[in-house]
Design a protein around this ligand. Structure first.
Ligand code: GLU
Length: 446
């Protein structure tokens, strides 16, 4: 194939971009970018009742959020437009006329039907499912098994999916169709129409279904939710991208965590599996966490910031450097951005610490000893580097016949209000001497 690759994602704007749609879009995008081709966005809005402009917009926004850019589409235009089916009626009419004139279609009850001739062999090679053969009499059948001619234009004048998709893919120069496996059964019908119009058919690659953890079709509860809900739950676009890319495909290099650019380099459609892929949230959590770890600090800050604000934290007193460094101090904790924002709240607010921890568990008889130790530690602060603080603490604890457990636990509670946190000297170092002192003072520990 010397032609430039042209693939398309063809959503119906009857809902926002959910995980299944995002998966299909992503594989088309990967294929286009891998082959230096064009990725087209076509809006299949012939269901006038259920299609809305709001859903169309939300699909575009969802794709942008995922980092899937398109070369041609309703918003950016292109040489093969228009990119909404509702604006392509003249084409559906034109080819319907051709079929009528050639006796390959007929009108009945105000609708146009494509005549399915028996005895034709339909063959196509699917990049994923291999060689597939059908007989025309099985391509479209009634309940009783007799041949069912295919409606191409409905009584309301709108084209049907199986017809419009052929006209559009052909007139838009699409040469590879990548879509969900549920469309394999439609492919023979479409191929009959290609053949009748004398169009060269594109290549096909059907993608395995995505199932919920219960091995059933995705439901709202099982992840068939809009990509924006994933954003709200604290998943990164990079995490969702990486996770979806691994549903039904894996690089032969075995790499599991990768960027978009790496995925493009490694992508191979013939390595897509036929087996249904299961949406495993544990895996998404893991991938998301790994993606957070390799994210640029300032980019990570940009996604964490809204979560902090939503928690009611006031960030105005802090520089971006401080906040990004606080996130770095978290050392990869948290599987979602939401968790990371929650776990790191004490870097921004002492009020949240006070609300969590009242200090009543500190034994009175231990206080004088702790006060002495923490006082000495603050005096030995120096440059405040975590290693320095750690070293000094070890000396001071030993000199006062105290242990890490005895002396490091209260300070952790006092500065974070949590039982679990990054290394206590890292946290103290990040907070700085004054803030650390203030918090210790509040709990009567210096
Ligand atoms: N609008 C169809 C769908 O959303 C497109 C199917 C296709 O890619 O051919 O299922």
């Amino acid at each position: 194939m010397t032609d430039k690759v042209r693939v398309r994602f063809a959503p119906s704007p009857t809902g926002s971009l959910h995980i299944g749609g995002a998966h299909t879009a992503l594989f088309n995008w990967l294929y286009a970018r891998r082959h230096g081709g064009s990725f087209i966005l076509r809006i299949e809005d012939t269901d006038m009742e259920r299609s809305t402009k709001e859903y169309e917009q939300s699909i575009l926004d969802g794709m942008r959020w995922m980092g899937l850019d398109w070369d041609e589409g309703p918003d950016v235009g292109g040489d093969y437009g228009p990119y909404r089916q509702s604006e392509r009626m003249h084409l559906y009419k034109k080819y319907a006329r051709q079929l009528l004139d050639e006796g390959k279609a007929y009108e009945q009850d105000g609708a146009l039907f494509f005549k399915v001739e028996p005895g034709k062999r339909i063959h196509f090679r699917d990049e994923v499912y291999g060689n597939l053969d059908f007989l025309s009499e099985n391509a479209s059948v009634n309940q009783d098994g007799t041949i069912k001619d295919i409606v191409i234009i409905k009584r309301d004048g709108m084209p049907t999916y199986n017809y419009a998709v052929v006209i559009d893919d052909y007139t838009m120069g699409v040469n590879m169709v990548i879509r969900g496996e549920d469309h394999i059964i439609n492919t023979p019908k479409q191929l009959l129409i290609y053949d009748a119009l004398g169009f060269e058919a594109p290549g096909f690659a059907h993608l395995p279904m995505i199932l919920g953890k219960d091995k059933k079709k995705l439901s709202k509860r099982q992840g068939a939710t809009s990509v924006f809900e994933y954003s709200d739950m604290g998943y990164l676009p990079d995490g969702v991208f990486n996770f979806l890319a691994l549903l039904g495909w894996s690089p032969k290099e075995g790499q599991e965590i990768f960027s978009r650019e790496e995925a493009v380099k490694m992508f191979d459609v013939s390595a897509v599996t036929r087996k249904a892929a299961v949406l495993d949230m544990d895996k998404l959590n893991h991938i998301n966490q790994e993606q957070m770890k390799i994210m640029e600090p300032m980019k990570l800050l940009a996604v964490i910031r809204p979560f902090w604000l939503e928690m009611g934290l006031d960030l105005s007193a802090f520089s971006d450097d401080y906040l990004a460094s606080a996130l770095h101090t978290m050392g990869g904790r948290g599987q979602t951005t939401k968790q990371l924002a929650e776990y790191s709240d004490y870097f921004i607010s002492f009020d949240v610490v006070k609300a969590r921890y009242d200090g009543s568990d500190i034994k009175e008889e231990l206080r004088p000893k702790l006060k002495k130790i923490y006082g000495e530690l603050l005096d030995a602060w120096g440059d405040g580097a975590p290693e320095h603080l750690h070293e000094k603490a070890q000396e001071i604890f030993a000199a006062n016949e105290s242990s890490m457990k005895e002396s490091a636990t209260p300070i952790r509670w006092a500065i974070t209000g949590r039982k679990v946190s990054p290394g206590v000297f890292e946290v103290a170092s990040q907070l700085g001497k004054e803030e650390t002192k203030k918090r210790l003072e509040f709990y009567g520990l210096v």
